[in-house]
Design a protein around this ligand. Structure first.
Ligand SMILES: [Zn+2]
Length: 416
């Protein structure tokens, strides 16, 4: 049994932000505690509060204070660990050539038509072996971990056929370090073997989805809902079928065009709506009133030089928002959380508390994991990150990561 006592000079629990369900948060909702103590038993928080309120008798059932390892983290700032709720982590190859093309004025859609874009990554990923993909994904996962991420969502979507999609999900399941949440994204793009979207969705529904389910490779399904991708009544039927099979739904929606996807996906109780750049006024209200989390991915908007989602309007209407990198080789080849936070502050005018809550509680909610992660409270997972910096220094300097240590389920998983 792992028994630990952590002492902090300054701990932000985000308890009030969680009580507000991550909506309309301000500085006070970060719930600061000075001279704080946190007790963890087997990775779960047993007690948390000001050190002077702690009573040693609480630990009697576990053999008393002496049975506990004491960890002194005074001198550092501690926050709930970050959750990266949208990443395309498993892929081979690079698309740096397209970056230059896009800089010369060629559009993302034109590049896709020339056989570039997602399909070029699909070709490289299909060729790569499971062990090659795992080595690449593992290194990337550690890069996230070193920035304070202890829960990491990983999508498939660069296989686009049965064997390759299963290979990607299998690789995701073998990544060590952060807790991995795998998502099946077979409906990412139309593979070259299929000439129409409907027959590809038939194939996914009949051949691939049942295998993903039977082998327990993912509990979530994602779809690229946009013009030139998947946005038909057939696509809705596909999601409905996945839902009947027990998959939770999330979606890349209305990134490039407004196609009414938000309304349809909310009717399906999509856990998250990701990108949501091209929103109508009624869409914003619908999201704000729903239980779905708006996942904002400003790194992709930055790299594609497109407009940013209407974050301020979403937040002010009471939507729960998350932030994530959307790390992928095409539209966001960076894993840098500091860049995402700085873009959120500069380009979407999010406040620092909004950014911090979006990258913790909001992101956990986008994965349906807010009962365990996203804030530090009794009964939740003991996942936190310690910084060698003040709160206001976070998400300020791009590329600067003053992380001192990362704890996941009460264990230190990264030290700097
Ligand atoms: Zn994405």
């Amino acid at each position: 049994m792992a028994l630990k006592i952590f002492d902090f000079d300054e701990l932000f629990t985000f308890k009030a932000a969680a009580a507000r369900d991550g909506r309309r948060v301000s500085q006070k909702d970060l719930s600061p505690l000075k001279s704080a103590r946190l007790v963890s038993v087997d990775g779960k928080i047993l007690w948390l509060g000001p050190k002077k309120q702690f009573k040693a008798s609480l630990l009697k059932p576990w053999g008393g204070v002496r049975a506990f390892e004491q960890v002194n983290l005074s001198g550092f700032l501690a926050l709930p660990a970050f959750v990266e709720c949208h990443s395309h982590l498993v892929f081979a190859g690079s698309r740096h050539g397209e970056f230059e093309q896009r800089n010369q004025g060629v559009s993302y859609e034109q590049i896709a038509k020339q056989g570039g874009g997602i399909i070029s990554t699909v070709k490289a990923t299909r060729r790569a072996s499971e062990s090659e993909l795992l080595a690449l994904a593992q290194e990337r996962a550690i890069k996230f971990l070193s920035q304070g991420v202890t829960v990491l969502e990983v999508k498939s979507g660069y296989g686009l056929n049965q064997s390759s999609e299963l290979k990607l999900l299998k690789v995701a399941g073998q990544i060590q370090g952060p807790q991995i949440v795998p998502t099946f994204l077979g409906a990412h793009a139309l593979p070259p073997e299929f000439s129409d979207v409907d027959s590809y969705l038939d194939y996914l529904e009949q051949k691939v989805l049942p295998l993903v389910k039977r082998r327990g490779l993912a509990q979530r399904i994602d779809i690229f809902w946009d013009k030139g991708y998947f946005h038909s009544p057939r696509a809705l039927k596909f999601l409905l079928q996945a839902q009947k099979m027990g998959f939770a739904i999330c979606a890349h929606v209305d990134q490039l065009h407004s196609l009414g996807g938000v309304k349809s996906l909310l009717e399906l109780a999509s856990v998250s709506l990701d990108h949501v750049v091209q929103l109508t006024d009624p869409d914003i209200t619908r999201i704000a009133r729903s239980q779905s989390t708006a996942v904002l991915l400003p790194g992709a908007d930055f790299y594609l030089r497109m407009k940013y989602p209407p974050a301020r309007r979403l937040l002010e209407e009471g939507a729960r928002c998350a932030l994530a990198t959307d790390f992928n080789p095409g539209s966001c080849p960076t894993q840098d959380l500091s860049l995402i936070g700085v873009l959120a502050r500069l380009e979407m005018k999010m406040t620092l508390p909004e950014v911090l809550v979006a990258y913790t509680y909001g992101a956990a909610a986008a994965l349906g994991l807010q009962a365990d992660f996203g804030s530090l409270e009794v009964g939740k997972s003991c996942d936190f990150v310690c910084f060698n910096a003040g709160l206001e220094e976070l998400f300020y300097s791009v590329g600067h990561h003053p992380v001192k240590g990362v704890w996941h389920r009460g264990q230190q998983v990264y030290a700097h």
